[in-house]
Ligand binder design. Structure first.
Ligand SMILES: Nc1ncnc2c1ncn2[C@@H]1O[C@H](COP(=O)(O)OP(=O)(O)OP(=O)(O)O)[C@@H](O)[C@H]1O
Length: 683
């Protein structure tokens, strides 16, 4: 046999055994080019295949191994051919469902044989089941139950877990040659880079916890690499000149006289921070954070008034048409009495209306223009754009932010978000943005009562609804999220709408979903806003920013399918007035262990930040790396909420490296960030 070809960290992945040209291409599409990149392709979670789960106590959504005797093999020839195999272990039984079964497998899977399976438990029509699990015959001498944890790698079509494990094992033989750029800056208490990588790839006995020093070492390096990348792209952008907008507050004072409430101290403080920025040549880049219902819109209005007072125009952008419409209505109602014209630009606007609006914007007859992405289009030209306000920033791509900024000379930028991010964290992720936080809700709000309820208790729910309606209140009814298909989501909403109409025939209701035209949506929303309809049945389009203070009850169907952050946002639509409000999270039984714990979090907490943290804990250590859910940068090891304590180390480390080791800066960015993000595009 030929001696294996030597390979190095910088060799192409094709140097690894088992990687041919087709696989090289697939790996490159995952941004894995060199052997070194395989080392940094970290497990997304771990599977524990060592312990057997007793079949009598299985729960849906559980993942694990079972061992039992085959008691029955049924071949079902329906619309779709399939096999249903029954396994029994004395404590209970489990079905295995297969959609194809090759001959060798058919020969082995016979009643009386013993079978080991690993997979996820699902609730099927005939009881609990596993679909195409991994398996071994357990009554053969070569059967070996796994003795350690099994890493599970993010993958792509055509690459199996077994392949990943083999490649990683080869790459790990070189791990000690990996340059450790931080060793000389970190104290002796920190473990080396190689140790961290070994822990994550080969963690034999226990799921590596994020508190483990080796893990922390990797997380620190990844955070630092991201921080360095952002810093590198910032250089020079500060020097550019923005319009100096030093208002004297005349418009704002006039506005306050007609406002039915007073700004809270938190709002006042943030408004002052913004006005201070607007008066500088250095362009404002500010992130305004405030939990749902904290009153961000008023702050946006204050900033807009400062700009308008000094004859500058303001562009206000929201992620959806409904939100843009809501914002524009609120701005129009608030500002029309002051003689300020508010324009509204979305994709569905008629040609003539659009032309007139654009003309007014070009000639500066319209001072404030609210819209969606439609604001980016080339023919939208401002006469004197001084301020751009973006609502719910995480929904917009970085690139879109930049496009809008190009519309003015160098306008000031205010980004508003309800996504809770701690201040230190925000400063690391958005090194370009200063952060303001509205940390108190307006007075007089009573907390939303949250109930978790099986959908079999609909009768009871209808009684509760009648009661609320009799008191003159309004209700949101949110329909299940069906990711795979908008049509299915719509059908579900239509069914719920029809059911509600049957149950409450005398109550006027509206139905809103993504497929309606802009004008229809606007009408449905307006009818609900004015109280003409009393119940609004909606797909999750109402998620962010809708403001109808008279709505005091929200029912969410299939809450178990939704993310915690989304549920929190939805719930924030009620409890905006003085009335005692409730949110009912309905689920379809049986409820899995995880789903139950998640809904419980919503019941117990009302603080967006706490909820985001709990969500993180529930994912469990090592089970879910990265920051996908928070809508922030996606990382491999670090999680910005969990590893917040590390953030304090970054600025000093970054300065040291920039001063003494510029090559290491490049190498670290390349190692961790690679081509994934083009930071130079950040607004
Ligand atoms: N200082 C205040 N006193 C009383 N009510 C206020 C105050 N500020 C805002 N509100 C009202 O509170 C409600 C929520 O405000 P707003 O819609 O601005 O919240 P938000 O921060 O944008 O929340 P979301 O992220 O949920 O859209 C609105 O009905 C608004 O009129």
């Amino acid at each position: 046999m030929a001696a294996p070809t030597p390979f190095y960290l910088q060799s192409s992945v094709s140097a690894l055994r088992g990687v041919g040209p087709a696989l090289v291409q697939r790996l490159q599409r995952m941004d894995i080019w060199r052997v070194q990149d395989v080392l940094f392709h970290l497990p997304s979670r771990y599977q524990d295949r060592r312990h057997l789960l007793p079949m009598g106590s299985l729960l849906p959504e559980q993942e694990g191994a079972v061992l039992g005797e085959i008691t029955q093999v049924e071949h079902l020839r329906g619309r779709r051919e399939q096999w249903l195999v029954t396994l029994s272990d004395g404590t209970g039984q489990l079905h295995i469902r297969l959609f194809h079964m090759l001959a060798p497998m058919r020969a082995q899977w016979q009643p009386g044989r013993r079978l080991w399976c690993f997979g996820e438990i699902r609730a099927g029509y005939q009881g609990l089941e596993m679909v195409h699990p991994e398996w071994q015959m357990a009554d053969q001498p070569q059967f070996q139950a796994p003795t350690h944890l099994t890493p599970y790698y993010p993958s792509t079509q055509g690459i199996t877990q077994a392949q990943w494990r083999r490649w990683v094992a080869q790459a790990l033989t070189l791990v000690d040659q990996l340059p450790d750029y931080l060793a000389k800056y970190l104290g002796p208490a920190w473990p080396g880079l190689g140790e961290g990588l070994r822990l994550l790839h080969e963690s034999a006995e226990e799921v590596p916890t994020p508190a483990h020093p080796a893990w922390q070492r990797l997380a620190l390096e990844e955070l630092l690499a991201n921080h360095l990348a952002i810093r590198a792209s910032r250089v020079g952008s500060d020097a550019a000149g923005a319009p100096v907008i030093a208002g004297n507050g005349t418009l704002w004072r006039r506005f306050l006289q007609q406002l039915p409430f007073k700004p809270t101290a938190a709002q006042e403080r943030v408004i002052a921070e913004i006005n201070d920025n607007l008066a500088q040549v250095r362009p404002m880049r500010r992130l305004l954070q405030g939990d749902v219902g904290s009153g961000k819109t008023l702050v946006a209005a204050a900033a807009a008034l400062t700009a308008v007072e000094q004859q500058f125009q303001v562009a206000l952008m929201a992620p959806t048409e409904i939100l843009a419409e809501q914002l524009s209505n609120r701005f129009a109602t608030w500002l029309a009495p002051l003689g300020i014209e508010v324009g509204y630009l979305v994709g569905g606007l008629g040609q003539k209306a659009r032309r007139l609006l654009l003309e007014a914007v070009r000639e500066q007859r319209t001072q404030i223009i609210v819209g969606t992405q439609a604001l980016f289009q080339e023919d939208v030209q401002f006469a004197r754009l001084g301020l751009v306000i973006i609502d719910e920033q995480h929904r917009f791509g970085v690139d879109q932010r930049r496009q809008l900024l190009e519309k003015g000379q160098i306008p000031h930028l205010l980004v508003m978000t309800a996504t809770p991010i701690p201040r230190t964290l925000a400063m690391t992720v958005h090194a370009d943005l200063d952060v303001s936080v509205i940390d108190a809700l307006p007075p007089g709000r009573s907390p939303v009562e949250t109930l978790v309820m099986a959908d079999s208790r609909r009768g009871e729910l209808m009684a509760r609804m009648r009661h609320r309606l009799a008191d003159g209140e309004q209700i949101y009814w949110v329909c299940p999220l069906i990711e795979e298909s908008e049509i299915l989501a719509l059908q579900a909403a239509e069914t719920s709408y029809a059911d509600l109409q049957t149950a409450l025939p005398e109550i006027p209701m509206g139905l809103i979903h993504g497929r309606l035209h802009a004008a229809e949506k606007a009408q449905v929303m307006a009818d609900f806003q004015t109280g003409k309809t009393r119940i609004l049945v909606a797909t999750t389009v109402i998620e962010v920013g809708v403001d109808v203070p008279n709505a005091s009850l929200m029912v969410i169907e299939h809450a178990e399918r939704m993310g915690l952050a989304q549920l929190h946002q939805l719930r924030g639509r009620v409890g905006r007035g003085e009335r005692q409000s409730s949110c009912i999270l309905m689920y379809h039984p049986p409820l899995g262990v995880k789903a139950r714990a998640r809904l419980q979090v919503l019941r117990d907490s009302r603080d967006g930040f706490v909820i985001a943290r709990k969500d993180l804990e529930l994912r469990g250590p090592g089970e879910y790396l990265g920051t996908r859910q928070t809508g922030l940068l996606q990382m491999r090891v670090a999680d910005m909420l969990r590893d917040e304590a590390l953030l304090a180390e970054l600025p000093t480390l970054a300065e040291q490296l920039e001063r003494h080791d510029p090559e290491a800066v490049q190498a670290l960015i390349q190692r961790w960030v690679g081509q994934r993000l083009d930071y130079s595009q950040v607004g």
